[in-house]
Ligand binder design. Structure first.
Ligand SMILES: C[S@@+](CC[C@H](N)C(=O)[O-])C[C@H]1O[C@@H](n2cnc3c(N)ncnc32)[C@H](O)[C@@H]1O
Length: 377
């Protein structure tokens, strides 16, 4: 059963001691075994705590009201929940944490975001703690917990695993030595797309760091085949889940007026810097799917390389919401281009929402195209 767009955007209140905790589809950190174990184990220590990967806030919730708890979150979807729950939070990457002032840091390892992001988070945790401060580190041993726990011990000092459940671990460490400086954060690389060269900039944790994803290249090729290079001039285009801009930049260069929506702050910052470096401009919105668009905004073309279905319900919900948003946000006669792994079954949903679809290309990935009824493009 797929969610409607309205259901996707709806916040659901859950009872918690002293208030409610809001959750929503697409927001991390709830019904997740790592956050569940963390939530069972964390205990107050000192006055000030910092959660560096809070999601909806479940993991560090037992500290609320017993210490001053701050949270840094990069996902717009999760941040909406934190705000609604009245939990103190700031939209910022972990490396922007205040330094040397926290008695306690809580970190659910952001394993899905790649090594560079996890390592930057660990150094940020070490720098945020005062000497003698403590770190709760939670993770899954099938997603690198042992390796990162070892790295955290090398950064901080003493540490031991407090609790195990299946592959999930929660460790407690104590800061015994000065933390090293943050690793270099910005990276850049060059890539040719549709016959032009671009310089992309990105921070740790973005999708397809260091190299444009093959699926994005194929989407651009299929789009050129369908509308032609001149066919984008002055078109209103929406890039759903824009990342650092592998689709946005070439579309802007070809004359489209692009609105790029992206849930992850680190990707938003990367996209803005990439546009600037290439002297291009687009409207970039930090947005959970289409949440930051005005109600009446509509587009001639919508493109997306949606987040992968890696088995997590969160990701599945988001990919479906992208299709729903495309169906809702296209002008009559507008076209939707989606690239996906051949084994992912978007076709039934496209058929249901658009009445029909075409497969434009199948190689390592497939590019699907659906037209919104009711006019000419
Ligand atoms: C497969 S990547 C594609 C990125 C970029 N378009 C490209 O082609 O390289 C999917 C992107 O969707 C973003 N995303 C995930 N959930 C989202 C949501 N709820 N709303 C908007 N963007 C989201 C991810 O952060 C990621 O950047």
């Amino acid at each position: 059963m797929s969610l409607t767009l309205e259901e996707y955007h709806r916040l659901t209140p859950l009872p918690r001691p002293g208030g409610v905790l809001y959750v929503k589809p697409g927001a991390r950190g709830y019904r997740d075994p790592v956050y569940d174990l963390l939530q069972r184990v964390v205990a107050p220590f000192g006055q000030r705590a910092l959660d560096l990967n809070p999601g909806v806030g479940w993991g560090s919730l037992p500290l609320e009201g017993r210490m001053a708890v701050e949270r840094l979150e990069t996902s717009r979807a999760a941040f909406r929940c934190l705000e609604a729950s009245g939990l103190k939070a700031r939209l910022a990457p972990p490396w922007e944490a205040e330094e040397g002032v926290f008695d306690l840091v809580v970190l659910a390892l952001p394993a899905g975001r790649g090594t560079a992001y996890v390592q930057a988070s660990l150094v940020a945790a070490a720098r945020a703690l005062r000497m003698g401060g403590r770190l709760y580190l939670a993770g899954d041993k099938n997603k690198g917990f042992e390796r990162y726990f070892k790295e955290a011990r090398a950064l901080l000092g003493y540490g031991e695993v407090l609790e195990r459940k299946g592959p999930v671990r929660v460790a407690l460490l104590e800061k015994e030595r000065e933390a090293p400086p943050l690793p270099p954060l910005w990276q850049s690389f060059r890539a040719p797309l549709l016959g032009e060269a671009y310089t992309f900039f990105h921070l740790p944790g973005v999708f397809s760091a260091g190299k444009v994803d093959r699926a994005s290249v194929l989407l651009l090729e299929a789009l050129r085949g369908e509308v032609g290079l001149g066919g984008l001039r002055e078109k209103a285009v929406l890039d759903l889940g824009a990342g650092y801009g592998a689709l946005t930049l070439p579309l802007v260069r070809l004359g489209a007026r692009v609105v790029a929506v992206e849930d992850d702050l680190v990707s938003v910052l990367s996209l803005k810097k990439s546009l600037e470096a290439n002297h291009l401009s687009a409207r970039v919105l930090h947005s959970d799917v289409d949440e930051a668009l005005t109600e009446e905004e509509r587009f001639d073309i919508i493109v997306t390389n949606p987040p992968f279905h890696v088995g997590g319900a969160v990701i599945l919900d988001v990919a479906q919401a992208f299709v729903e948003a495309a169906a809702a946000r296209l002008k009559p006669g507008g076209g939707f281009f989606l690239v996906a792994n051949p084994f992912l079954k978007y076709e039934p949903l496209l058929e249901e929402r658009f009445g029909a679809f075409r497969t434009l290309l199948v190689r390592e990935y497939k590019v699907l195209f659906a037209l919104k009824e009711g006019g000419r493009r």
